[in-house]
Every structure is written in structure tokens, then in C-alpha cells.
Design a protein around this ligand. Structure first.
Ligand code: DGJ
Length: 724
């Protein structure tokens, strides 16, 4: 481990006359910043770490000009209003009305911030005003991930208005730049698209308020010099830890370098900052990889498991959900039968979805009841406590769906607290899925939302799981109690405040982050949630792509992959697709025929054996479903003694998948010997793969194996074990 613990340094500008280099390093990467003679902070390197720190002094710096449209194209945090005419990272109007900023270096320090983590803070100040910005960089040594955010502060006489406040302003230099960004909609989330950046600006953003990632996702892969490759080439992968409006801007400057600005979307979000208060931006989380997108994903996965997602290195519960199976139509006896079905199947938990609440306005469809979090007496006369007990008696844990940020106009909550709802006084109410968003910038609403969840746990201490949904966007953005131009920011901060408080009291309960499908998957929210719902589209033919695409940024342990009846696929195919992450079910178990039931029961047992590798292993995307007849991924344990390999037929045309060249495996140890055994076979079927043969890792990675996927074997799961 090359973790530098010699990093504690505190340097002040008065002590040093010439340039100061500030290397922010991880085991394999370095972002090198430089304070030049004028005190401005610029980027001089972002990429592979140099072996000799002293050689950073030789870096030329990229574009410091005497004449141009910006004094510092490579500014680390570009201020607006004075010499810079390109896109700024920060724009502010001072208390006296002056709309310009200059930021010069004051001091920096690097200190340890936990095991294998350093925090570098750099203080910049406007020479004319009592206005300062601290740039923060957390460097995760073993994961090669950086987290960057800024803290803005002033002690001017009156409030300062912030028009823009980016989290990070990166600067990269290459011959060409290929940007992969992700877009979608309900049931078609995170579709990647790669474009070559050309002169000018490419903007990826969201203005939806909540469900920020529905149309565009807050993540990108920027490949240098060539289109992104899976296992080779230089890539910077980044994602904003923010569950609200975001903006990424990629601007090619006149010298053909890329300026990347990432942060909260400044749209309708001017923020008034009072003297003495801090404005802290969310973090951009990013990694540089010279092993292509695969290397970048593995770094982000490791970081997420070790440092971000609750119980990221722990286990997950398998579950049976009732949404696809019953929708709103259930009652106590039906649920009790479903608990027994869950037990018969072999899952850990039953998850009761939408429709269990509301009395004056019963939640029998999505038109009423949201906000009234009391058990519906007609459906559940004995209350939730009884269900928790009955589930326990049947041998499964019990979890529940909530959507506490939202309200149906047809609800007691809305009638009682119309001022808690985000809406404009002089416009007709606008609804999305018949519902509106509560004003989480209002502390009373925060208390209400906290109370909904706290109450559930207080009354039902054995409640074992929460699915937290969020189905509406913010229309008519207006707060009746707070400055409306703060609403988009303070909504998310209010949400995080609630989640922070909940996690303080309930640190270990598993919680699923859901948003009308996968419209809210980000590392801001994933600080509180153990897992996320990638999409309502659970057709395995689609899920192969959706799960594959999310895997660029998020680890398998957090991806809730449920087996449902969407698309009418064989149970084996559905199961094999779900198994590449956190597997669950949303089917009517009693409708499974004997063969399918026996297969599923065995598959759950197999999963129990395989999941440590799927959850904690390194992911290798062997063949993309986007460009191959067979999509293929594998997970390899840290010790390289176990691996699980999934392959799926994508193309159903004649002979697709057959007679393909072998697929080369990755991540194994060349010198070790392995067996390759097929698992998840339907009862009574035999595998064409001879599980008794042993292969060297070298053979498997150089020559490969054909998993024998074809139109009769549309999915294949292979278990690779070190032969002892
Ligand atoms: C949207 C979610 O994505 C679904 O899984 C389900 O929970 C419904 N909402 C319930 O209304």
C-alpha cells in the first residue's frame, strides 16, 4: 500500500515566494494544483500519479496567458465578473452591488481524514472583499476516488447573492474528448450515449426538482483521446452527490482543453448568503482510470462499499414485494398468504408496497390518500402490528413502502396543511401522478416527514425494511414560507436533514431508494439508503441493459433487481438477470408451476452461496449487451479464489449467440487453477460445461471459454472456484 502518511502539511502564502504545488494523490492518481506567482490557483495535472513527487515541479502548467478571454483557463475555481469571459464556477454579487470576484490563494493544508483518506483544504480569498472560498478534496487512497466540494463564506456588511456555486471545476488535456452521458425516462432509465465533444459547450442538467435523474442522470464518463473502452484507455468518471437539480458543463477552451463544471444547477436558484454563514456545495465524486471504464467502475464500487453506502461491506435481505402482484388490491388474509408464499420460496422478507393507508381518502389507487399514513381500516383492520406479527409467525421479516415527501390533493393532509405543499398561489394546482410535493424547505414539513417514519418504527419496532418512493416532480416551484429561489436547494437539504436524523436513530435498517422507478439514484441519497430501485421496467430483456448501465457507477450490492412477470420470460432467464445484483421477487408464488418453484427455491440457495462475491467482488464487464449478441459480466472475489460469471442472450435472431468465439475472462490469477461449474440449472437439465476440468487463470483469461449461450440456453450462470 502506497498510502502517504507524510502528507500533513500546512503552508501559507507568506512563507513561500515562488510557486506552490499542491498534489492531491491517491495510490494511482494525482490531481496537481499550483499556486502561481500571482497567487492564482490552477490545475497543472490530472491523471496518473507520478512516482516522484519532486517531478511535479516540472509540470509546465497548461494555459496561463497574458492576453486572452480568461486570465486562467485552467483556474481551479473560475470566478465570474472580472477577467474571465468563459463559463465560471462561481458567480456572486457582493453586498455593495459589485458583481465581480477574484480569488487568490491564502493557505492550504492536507491531513488524514480516516483510514486511507486525506482531506486537503485550500483557502482562497477575494483581495478586495471579505469573501472566501474553501476548496475541499477528500482523497481515498486505496479506491483512487476524489470527492470535491466548496464552502463559500463572507463577512461583508450585508448578504451576498450567489448566482452560481459549482462543486468542482476540472481541467483536462487531451487530443480528443468523448463524453458518455446518460438519459432516459420512466421505465427507460440511464441510456448511455457517447459523443465527441466539439468546440463550445455541452450541458447535461436537470430542472425537475425531485427525481433529478429521470431525464438526465448526474453522472458522466469522459474518455480521453479515444471513445471509451472497457479495459483500456484514460477515463474520468464522475457523479454528483446531490438528489436535486444538477448541471454538468463541458466546455472546450480555445486551446482545446476541457473545462468541466459540475454542481447544483444554478437555474432559478440564486442563493442569498448572510454574513458569517457557510454555503457548502454537494460533492463531485470522481475517479481517473487508465484501465478504461471498467477500472473507473471498480474504483467507484469499492469507494461506495467502503465509504458511502450504509452496510456497504455487509449483507442484504432477499425479499418478496407485492407491487407487481397485487397493486392496490389486497387485504389481511391475502397478505398473510403472501407471507407464507415468501417463506415457501425462501426469501428473508416480505415488502408491503403502496396502498396500505388512508381512511377518509383510502389509497385504493394513485388518486387519493397520499399523506395520510394511517393503516386503512377496511384492508387492514388489525393494523400493521398484526402484519408484522403474522409475517414473523410465517418465518419472514416485514418491510413497508412509504412516499413521505408527497401528498394527493385528495387527502386529509392536504386539507389540513395546504401551505405545506409546493404550489403557486395564483396558478391552478399542477399534479404529477395525481400528487404534489411537500415543501421540505419548511422545518415543520421536515418534522412531519421524520415523524411518519419514526412513528412507524416506534409502533412497530420489528419493522425490518423501508422502501422510500418519490413519484412527482416539482411543478410551480414556490415556497409559501421560504425564499423561493432557495427552494430547489433547500428542498434537498431538508430531505437530507430528515434522513440524517432518521439514520442517527435507525442506523442499520435497510432502506431502498426508489423514485417512480430509478429516477433518484445518486450518492447524495445513497449515504442513507442501503440500495436503490433502478427502474420500474423489470422485463429482464430491458433490465440487462439498465443494470449494466447503472453498474458504470453503482455497485451490485445496491442494485435491487426483482424477478417479476414483465415480458413473459422463462423463470430461469428472469432469475439469472436479477442475480447480477441484489435479488428480489415481485411475483405470485402460488402461480409458479412445480418446476419453476423448485428452480426458484434452489436459485435462492445458490444465491446465498454466490452473493458474497456478487456483493463484494470486482466487476468485469466482459461483453456489452449494447454491441454483442451475448452480454456477459463477471464478479471476482478479492482473493481471486471465486468468481461468478453471468451471460445473457440479447439477440433472438436465428443462430445468434451460437458458435461465438470463447469469452475471455478477467480478474483471475494466471497461476491459479480453477473449475468452472454451471449453476441455476432448471430441474432435470444438464450442463454442456464440464465442471470437472480445471483451467489455469492464464488459460481462462487468454483463451477464454464459451458459456454455450444459445436460443435454448438464453442465460448461463457459471461459478468459478479455485481448485484446491
Ligand atoms: C413507483 C415504484 O417505482 C413502484 O415500485 C411502486 O412502489 C409504485 N411506485 C407504487 O405506487
Amino acid at each position: 500500500m502506497r498510502f502517504l502518511l507524510t502528507l500533513f502539511s500546512l503552508i501559507s502564502s507568506s512563507a513561500v515566494a515562488a510557486t506552490i504545488d499542491i498534489p492531491i494523490e491517491t495510490s494511482r492518481t494525482a490531481l496537481v494544483l499550483r499556486v502561481d506567482n500571482d497567487g492564482h490557483l490552477v490545475t497543472v495535472h490530472h491523471g496518473k500519479r507520478l512516482q516522484q513527487t519532486a517531478e511535479y515541479a516540472r509540470l509546465r502548467g497548461i494555459t496561463h496567458l497574458n492576453e486572452g478571454y480568461s486570465e486562467y483557463y485552467n483556474s481551479v475555481y473560475t470566478p465570474a465578473g472580472s477577467r474571465n469571459l468563459l463559463e465560471p464556477a462561481i458567480q456572486a454579487t457582493h453586498a455593495d452591488g459589485n458583481p465581480s470576484l477574484d480569488l487568490v490563494y491564502v493557505r492550504h493544508e492536507t491531513k488524514p481524514a480516516g483510514t486511507g483518506v486525506t482531506l486537503t483544504t485550500i483557502l482562497l480569498k477575494d483581495p478586495q472583499y471579505a469573501f472566501e472560498v474553501t476548496l475541499n478534496y477528500k482523497a481515498y487512497q486505496n479506491e483512487d476516488v476524489l470527492e470535491s466540494w466548496s464552502t463559500i463564506r463572507h463577512t461583508e456588511k450585508k448578504a451576498v447573492r450567489l448566482q452560481k456555486y459549482a462543486s468542482a471545476n476540472l481541467y483536462l488535456s487531451a487530443g480528443q474528448y468523448y463524453l458518455t452521458h446518460y438519459h432516459g425516462n420512466w421505465a427507460s432509465e440511464v441510456r448511455p450515449e457517447e459523443v465527441q465533444l466539439t468546440a463550445g459547450m455541452k450541458v447535461i442538467d436537470s430542472k425537475l426538482g425531485t427525481r433529478a435523474q429521470m431525464l438526465q442522470a448526474p453522472m458522466f464518463m469522459l474518455s480521453l483521446n479515444q471513445p471509451a473502452q472497457e479495459e483500456q484507455g484514460e477515463v474520468v468518471a464522475g457523479t454528483l452527490a446531490w438528489s436535486g437539480n444538477f448541471q454538468f458543463q463541458f466546455e472546450i477552451d480555445p486551446y482545446h482543453n476541457v473545462r468541466l463544471l459540475a454542481g447544483i444547477n444554478p437555474y432559478a436558484s440564486e442563493y442569498t448568503l448572510e454574513p458569517g454563514r457557510d454555503f457548502t456545495t454537494p460533492a463531485l465524486i470522481y475517479t481517473y482510470s487508465n484501465q478504461g471504464t471498467g477500472g473507473a467502475s471498480r474504483s467507484l464500487h469499492r469507494w461506495a462499499r467502503n465509504h458511502r453506502i450504509p452496510q456497504g461491506t455487509g449483507d442484504r435481505l432477499t425479499l418478496l414485494n407485492n407491487w407487481e402482484a397485487t397493486q392496490f388490491d389486497f387485504d389481511e388474509p391475502k397478505l398473510v398468504d403472501l407471507f407464507k408464499d415468501g417463506k415457501k420460496l425462501g426469501v428473508d422478507l416480505f415488502l408491503l408496497d403502496d396502498g396500505w393507508f388512508g381512511n377518509k381518502f383510502p389509497r385504493n389507487d394513485d388518486k387519493a390518500g397520499l399523506g395520510d399514513w394511517q393503516e386503512n381500516k377496511a384492508k387492514l383492520p388489525h393494523g400493521l402490528g398484526y402484519l408484522v406479527q403474522q409475517a414473523e409467525a410465517a418465518g419472514v421479516k416485514f418491510g413497508i413502502w412509504i412516499e413521505p415527501e408527497m401528498v394527493n390533493p385528495k387527502s386529509e393532509l392536504y386539507t389540513k396543511h395546504p401551505d405545506w405543499v409546493i404550489k403557486l398561489p395564483n396558478r391552478p394546482d399542477a399534479v404529477f401522478r395525481n400528487q404534489q410535493v411537500l415543501d421540505l424547505s419548511n422545518p415543520k414539513v421536515q418534522d412531519f416527514v421524520y415523524g411518519v417514519v419514526d412513528d412507524l418504527f416506534t409502533k412497530n419496532p420489528k419493522l425490518a425494511y423501508i422502501k422510500w418512493d418519490c413519484n412527482a416532480v416539482i411543478y410551480n416551484a414556490y415556497s409559501s414560507v421560504n425564499q423561493t429561489s432557495h427552494l430547489y436547494v433547500d428542498y434537498v437539504r431538508g430531505l437530507y436533514r430528515v434522513l440524517e436524523k432518521l439514520r442517527a436513530k435507525y442506523p442499520t435498517v435497510p432502506m431502498m431508494l426508489c423514485s417512480g422507478g430509478g429516477a433518484r439514484v445518486d450518492y447524495g441519497a445513497l449515504k442513507y439508503f442501503t440500495e436503490y430501485w433502478p427502474s420500474d421496467n423489470t422485463s429482464p430483456a430491458e433490465r440487462i441493459f439498465i443494470q449494466y448501465n447503472y453498474s458504470a457507477f453503482f455497485p451490485a450490492i445496491a442494485s435491487c433487481n426483482h424477478i417479476t412477470d414483465w415480458g413473459n420470460f422463462p423463470i430461469k432467464f428472469r432469475t439469472d438477470v436479477a442475480m447480477m445484483g441484489k435479488m428480489g421477487y415481485d411475483i405470485v408464488v402460488s402461480k409458479l408451476d412445480a418446476n419453476d418453484l423448485a428452480f426458484s427455491q434452489q436459485a435462492l440457495k445458490n444465491y446465498g452461496r454466490l452473493k458474497p462475491v456478487i456483493y463484494q467482488g470486482d466487476l468485469f464487464r466482459l461483453q456489452s449487451p449494447h454491441t454483442n449478441d451475448v452480454g456477459s459480466v463477471m464478479y471476482v472475489s478479492e482473493k481471486q479464489d471465486k468468481a461468478v460469471w453471468f451471460s445473457y442472450l440479447i439477440n433472438s435472431r436465428f443462430k445468434a449467440g451460437s458458435d461465438l468465439p470463447p469469452i475471455r475472462l478477467r480478474g483471475l490469477q494466471p497461476g491459479k487453477r480453477y473449475t468452472v461449474q454451471e449453476t441455476n440449472l432448471m430441474p432435470g437439465t444438464k450442463s454442456p460445461i464440464d465442471g470437472s476440468v480445471t483451467y489455469s487463470g492464464d488459460f481462462l483469461m487468454t483463451v477464454g471459454l464459451n458459456p454455450a449461450v444459445n436460443d435454448r440456453r438464453t442465460s448461463v450462470v457459471l461459478e468459478i472456484s479455485e481448485a484446491l
